[in-house]
Write a protein that binds this ligand. Structure first.
Ligand code: HEC
Ligand code: HEC
Ligand code: HEC
Ligand code: HEC
Ligand code: HEC
Ligand code: HEC
Ligand code: HEC
Ligand code: HEC
Ligand code: HEC
Ligand code: HEC
Ligand code: HEC
Ligand code: HEC
Length: 321
């Protein structure tokens, strides 16, 4: 390894010296012949042009040859960017996974000829790398939405645009890609369907998620956005989910105020229970016997008075002892 390097260096030095000698000789010959006669007989490296020819012969000969010594290397993106600032900057700005070599996409370069109308033909094809159509055949025109130099920068108006769907119904492009959310909204409609819609909540930019509190007051002070999702699914908000047993009575009490006040003021064992412990789902009304068994009293008495509330009046406001 080391030895071969030394050998290589030595060879270079020798070559350099030969070069210099030849150049000197050539130059001298030229000088002798006078400026009028170009160095036809000298080696090509000795040909010089411009003011250097008069001044420093050796140095000038070296500079000119240097210009053509290297193999051309493919341009790096930043070099393309010198002329194509806009494409370069768009790629640079995002966190796109397209930030690889321009030439990976642009295999044919500077080949567009307007008279041949070959623009589409020379431009890279998405399908070369993205063999599948990721959103299905309905969305085959990739560049309607994706700029290859900023693929995640999607114009909102295009994806929010409406078209006729099944049965002539107007649907947004959102619904065609996000079938699950759209199906849930259709199956469990609430005022969000007509009065808000996908683009009412997910507005302005693709992928933004709203907070319920952007548009609604909480039921009770201190409730956070994540609390809402305990009881409400965003795409079927009118259907109340089963809530946990330790849900605070003040939440239910924000609407059922009188009941909550009774239960709070009542001094019986029922007041130790949460609303949610007895009402396991919203709107469900339990039977006393679910918890107290079929025969909490003498069967004869219960045959005569089958309605528990005839004597106990109100589960939220039991008569106190
Ligand atoms: C030379 C190959 C190549 C070509 C041509 C190409 N892509 Fe990509 N693209 C990739 C690779 C690699 C990724 C990152 C890995 C992946 O997601 O498959 C990618 C990712 C993407 C992404 C995800 C966004 C991101 O930044 O992560 C989108 C959108 C995309 N490409 C759209 C397109 C569109 C539209 C075209 C045509 C205009 C296209 N691509 C042409 C290779 C290519
Ligand atoms: C993922 C593939 C991909 C990469 C990477 C990519 N391009 Fe492109 N580029 C394309 C496609 C596809 C088109 C055609 C766009 C169209 O038809 O609107 C294009 C078009 C262009 C155009 C013509 C724009 C015009 O208005 O006619 C230029 C210039 C260009 N690219 C430069 C670059 C430069 C410079 C880089 C690297 C910094 C680069 N591209 C990287 C895919 C790519
Ligand atoms: C010295 C300036 C310069 C450099 C460097 C340069 N281009 Fe260009 N490029 C041009 C000019 C000028 C045009 C024609 C006018 C136009 O479309 O902007 C052009 C056109 C293009 C086009 C569209 C038309 C066609 O014929 O393909 C693409 C794509 C392109 N260049 C890509 C690249 C890429 C990729 C690189 C780097 C590998 C690059 N260019 C480097 C000057 C340059
Ligand atoms: C109607 C607009 C539209 C069309 C047409 C479209 N896309 Fe997309 N594409 C999107 C949206 C929106 C996303 C989601 C971007 C995000 O993650 O924020 C996306 C995401 C992608 C992704 C990233 C997928 C992922 O899971 O991260 C790829 C790759 C992609 N598109 C490629 C393509 C290709 C290839 C075509 C053409 C065959 C195409 N797209 C056509 C709108 C479109
Ligand atoms: C061409 C298909 C396509 C269209 C049209 C489309 N999206 Fe998407 N969307 C995607 C893809 C792909 C993703 C990323 C992968 C995923 O989460 O499914 C995404 C992600 C999302 C996300 C979740 C972002 C996150 O951070 O979790 C939301 C919200 C969203 N889209 C809403 C919408 C809305 C609203 C519309 C209509 C204005 C819409 N999308 C139109 C394909 C699309
Ligand atoms: C009432 C407001 C509202 C409406 C209307 C709405 N969304 Fe959403 N959407 C949300 C909220 C809030 C979230 C975030 C849920 C979360 O954080 O888990 C969300 C999440 C999403 C997600 C991401 C799913 C995920 O698992 O993260 C997609 C995709 C989406 N919505 C699409 C749609 C589409 C399509 C429509 C129309 C059919 C729509 N949304 C209508 C409020 C809404
Ligand atoms: C962009 C504004 C907006 C956002 C965000 C929003 N809503 Fe709504 N919501 C409305 C409007 C408008 C109505 C109909 C008028 C009304 O009842 O206030 C409504 C109605 C409702 C209704 C009554 C439904 C019916 O059919 O009676 C519930 C429940 C609801 N929203 C819950 C939520 C929840 C939970 C969230 C968060 C996941 C949420 N909303 C996010 C605007 C919004
Ligand atoms: C413990 C369960 C629970 C939680 C947590 C909850 N809600 Fe509700 N919400 C309900 C019930 C029950 C209704 C009444 C449904 C009915 O009318 O049938 C309701 C109704 C609504 C309505 C309809 C309009 C109204 O006031 O009658 C809106 C809007 C609403 N909730 C928003 C929210 C928001 C915003 C949050 C989060 C801050 C939230 N909810 C948290 C249970 C809950
Ligand atoms: C936003 C207001 C609101 C909140 C919060 C609320 N409810 Fe309701 N509740 C209603 C409305 C309105 C009705 C009547 C319409 C219906 O059945 O949906 C109702 C009905 C009921 C019923 C059935 C009444 C009957 O006669 O059949 C029960 C039981 C009930 N709620 C218990 C609760 C409990 C327990 C909570 C707390 C976990 C709660 N509610 C939270 C508004 C609310
Ligand atoms: C979800 C279960 C549940 C339901 C439904 C229920 N109770 Fe109770 N009740 C209890 C529990 C737990 C206690 C306290 C322990 C015990 O005495 O068994 C209790 C206690 C009582 C007491 C004694 C109160 C005290 O402070 O000594 C009476 C009386 C009573 N219940 C009547 C009723 C009546 C009447 C109904 C129907 C309208 C009813 N309960 C429905 C769970 C329930
Ligand atoms: C011990 C169990 C228990 C507890 C705790 C309880 N409930 Fe009830 N609730 C019942 C029973 C049993 C009924 C049915 C009474 C009947 O048959 O008339 C009922 C009926 C209701 C009704 C419908 C009938 C009416 O009176 O309007 C509503 C609404 C209601 N409860 C809300 C609440 C709320 C809100 C709380 C908490 C503040 C709560 N309940 C706590 C057992 C309970
Ligand atoms: C004829 C009136 C009457 C009827 C009907 C009645 N009860 Fe009672 N219940 C009473 C009296 C009186 C007590 C004793 C009150 C006390 O100890 O303060 C009592 C006590 C109870 C207790 C508390 C027992 C304890 O050990 O503390 C429960 C639980 C109870 N009743 C449940 C029920 C249920 C459930 C029904 C319906 C199936 C019902 N009762 C029907 C009058 C009645």
């Amino acid at each position: 390894m080391k030895r071969s390097m030394i050998a290589g260096l030595t060879a270079l030095v020798i070559l350099g010296m030969i070069f210099l000698c030849v150049a000197c000789a050539g130059q001298r010959q030229q000088d002798r012949a006078g400026a009028a006669a170009p160095a036809v007989t000298g080696p090509p490296t000795a040909v010089t042009t411009g003011p250097a020819a008069a001044g420093q012969p050796a140095a000038a000969g070296e500079g000119a040859s240097d210009l053509y010594r290297d193999e051309p290397r493919p341009l790096k993106p930043v070099e393309c960017g010198r002329c194509h600032r806009s494409e370069y900057e768009r790629l640079r700005a995002g966190d796109s996974r397209h930030r690889f070599d321009c030439l990976k996409c642009h295999r044919q370069l500077h080949a567009y000829r307007p008279p041949a109308a070959n623009y589409a033909a020379v431009m890279p094809k998405c399908g070369r790398c993205h063999q599948q159509q990721p959103h299905g055949p309905e969305f085959a025109a990739c560049r309607r939405c994706h700029d290859p130099h900023a693929p995640k920068n999607i114009p909102f108006a295009v994806i929010a645009g409406k078209s006729r769907g099944q049965g002539g119904r107007e649907v947004t492009a959102c619904e065609r890609c996000h079938r699950q959310e759209a199906a849930e909204m259709a199956a469990k409609p609430c005022k969000h369907n007509e009065e808000v819609g996908c683009t009412g909540c997910h507005a302005d930019r693709h992928g933004v998620k709203p907070s319920c509190l952007d548009c609604h007051e909480p039921h009770v002070a201190g409730q956070q956005y994540r609390d809402c999702l305990v009881c409400h699914r965003p795409h079927s908000a009118g259907d109340i989910l089963p809530y946990p047993e330790n849900t605070g009575n003040e939440v239910c009490g924000s609407c059922h105020q009188e009941i909550a006040a009774h239960l709070r003021q009542n001094h019986t064992r029922h007041s130790e229970l949460t609303c949610a412990a007895c009402h396991r789902r919203h709107g469900q009304v339990p039977d006393c016997r679910q918890c107290h068994g079929q025969q909490p009293h003498d069967p004869a008495m219960l045959r005569k008075f089958p309605d528990c509330l005839q004597c106990h009046l109100d589960p939220h406001n039991l008569p106190e002892k």
